[in-house]
Design a protein. Structure first.
Length: 130
């Protein structure tokens, strides 16, 4: 749960505690926009400045973004496992594809090279297992 706003939290001074909280929330699948909408968290521009100026925070942030991709992959599996009938398929496919799109962008650029690892999901309503 978000902590109550602390004086000066939005002013922009780097805080290891805030940096770790941001990265924990990122790893849990929250967007930076949602995190920074919390009054106890710094503004997005502040986080981007921290990323530019602080190598330790950059490394922590990159690790959190990779963990977020794993979190989204787990959500995709959960969504797929919840299919109960043919009517669920189009909505579930959309939810899964949206998460895959985001997850691919959370990985470092070296992991997204042209011709690199790709994931494709094809779901049809005539699948016998449904």
């Amino acid at each position: 749960m978000p902590e109550p706003a602390t004086p000066g939290a939005r002013r922009g001074a780097y805080s290891r505690r805030l940096a770790e909280e941001i990265c924990t929330r990122l790893a849990d699948g929250h967007s930076l926009r949602a995190i920074c909408n919390d009054p106890a968290m710094p503004h997005r521009a502040t986080v981007f400045r921290w990323l530019r100026d602080n190598a330790a925070f950059r490394a922590l942030y990159a690790t959190a973004r990779e963990a977020a991709a794993d979190t989204l992959a787990e959500e995709i599996i959960t969504i797929a496992d919840c299919a109960t009938g043919r009517d669920d398929v189009p909505a579930m496919k959309l939810r899964m594809e949206a998460r895959m799109w985001v997850a691919t962008r959370l990985r470092p650029p070296a992991d997204r090279r042209e011709g690199g690892n790709t994931i494709a999901i094809t779901i049809t309503t005539d699948d016998a297992d449904l």
